[in-house]
Write a protein that binds this ligand. Sequence first.
Ligand SMILES: [Zn+2]
Length: 247
Amino acid sequence: MSFNKDQNITGLPVLQDNIIWLWVKNKSVVVVDPAIAEPVIHWIKKRDLDLFAIFQTHHHEDHIGGTQKLINEWPDVKVIASEREKKRIPFQNISVKDGDTINVLNKKFKIIEVIGHTNSHISFYSKDFHNPILFIGDTLFSGGCGRIFEGTHEQMFKSLKRISLLPIDTIIYCAHEYTKSNLQWALEISPNDSLIKEKLLEVEQKINSNKLTIPTTLKEEMNINLFLKAKNLKEFSYLRAKKDNWA
Ligand SMILES: [Zn+2]
């Protein structure tokens, strides 16, 4: 899809299924949730670019694992993370909270807190791109949502509701390539859903040609993501429990 190129945002697959997002503007790079450092350093140096900032959505090791090494390589890098995570993301030097707006490489990003996966998970939203963009970490995946480790089901349901109110053409950059198994699960829940069936075929084709299945769009997810489509907390909780127990 061409929107990925238009926005100058590239996904770097690392570890088993993590995707590190790299946004390039002129000679500067912003990296989102660097699980590990080496492929990021290699990618940036090969293109003769500089690391300007790191966005951290939450404290899990597969999101911050590479940050210290990147700081060693680029000591002036801005590390932007939730002010409520100063202990678990100790290297942050710009601390943000829900509703803050930050200016990064002349684009505005709004911080939207999305509690559920952790109790201080944040996302980075910007309207200053061709399409609005959202770096959502482990809160929403294509066809699924994050496991609820620290928050409550109610908090996660509210977080997803907040996301669903963003402009429908928002491009969603999530941190894991889970799309295929999410859709396989969704088809067990809704076996006759033709939109999910179609999407699964499309996703399998992409995987077979070694392409990422993300980013996704809010519009697409409103059609195929059962968690986003859940009408109330009860329905959401039912789905989350089903998914947690799915092989
Ligand atoms: Zn996580």
